[in-house]
Design a protein around this ligand. Structure first.
Ligand SMILES: [Zn+2]
Length: 221
């Protein structure tokens, strides 16, 4: 049975503007504070190690195990190793956690990952090993009211994933609905935690504050 966790801003050691539970090393926060936050995450999640990744809005899936040393350059981490925790870092993108009886994955899904097929790729990775049913959790992310993009970008994304449409007047993207439609097409049941990072005072949001921290979605078998 997989375990999942979505962190928030609260409970860490980082100082403003990263206060306080920032888990990202790439945002100019003090590395010592980030490491202290990561140790706290390991302790609270009762694991000896959490694997992070260097995310670039790609569709690269990294298969990891207890031998993995570095943070892979990827936007999805997949493992079949029990007790190995995987983390995706976000501040508006969707932290998507996939889990079955014998594997888990942590996936970074923004509009580029969604249209580049990262969800389909990571699901293919599950099905390479097993036909076990997969479930999904969509953690806190920017909502359809808050994610306005320019009109050409809006039309490009909804042309690729129609369920991410709102209205031509607003040209806001609905990423959670887009992701849910892709998961449905792959026979994956999903739960949307329905917290908007931009509206929540308890979450980091890049749209709200360009210089800010990152929260995490964490999953382990
Ligand atoms: Zn919102």
């Amino acid at each position: 049975m997989a375990r999942i966790l979505f962190t928030s801003k609260a409970g860490g050691f980082s100082r403003p503007p990263f206060d306080s539970f920032n888990l990202a090393l790439h945002v100019s926060d003090s590395p010592l504070d980030v490491e202290a936050n990561r140790r706290k995450l390991e302790s609270e999640f009762s694991v000896s190690r959490v694997i992070f990744m260097d995310q670039t809005h790609s569709n690269v899936v990294a298969v990891v195990d207890e031998e993995t040393q570095e943070s892979p350059n990827a936007d999805a981490l997949f493992t079949r190793t029990k007790g190995l925790a995987l983390a995706v870092l976000v501040a508006d993108c969707i932290p998507l956690l996939l889990h079955s009886i014998d594997a888990v994955a942590a996936v970074h899904v923004g509009r580029r990952g969604m249209t580049n097929g990262i969800i389909e790729k990571v699901v293919n990775t599950f099905r390479t090993y097993s036909d076990a049913p997969i479930s999904a959790d969509l953690g806190p992310s920017i909502c359809d009211k808050c994610y306005e993009v320019d009109l050409p970008m809006y039309q490009e994304v909804i042309g690729s994933v129609p369920a991410s449409a709102t209205s031509i007047e607003r040209h806001c993207l609905d990423l959670p609905s887009g992701v849910t439609s892709i998961l449905n097409s792959l026979d994956i049941t999903s739960k949307n935690w329905s917290v908007c990072t931009r509206e929540s005072s308890n979450h980091f949001s890049y749209r709200k504050n360009t210089i800010t921290g990152r929260q995490a979605g964490v999953v382990a078998l």
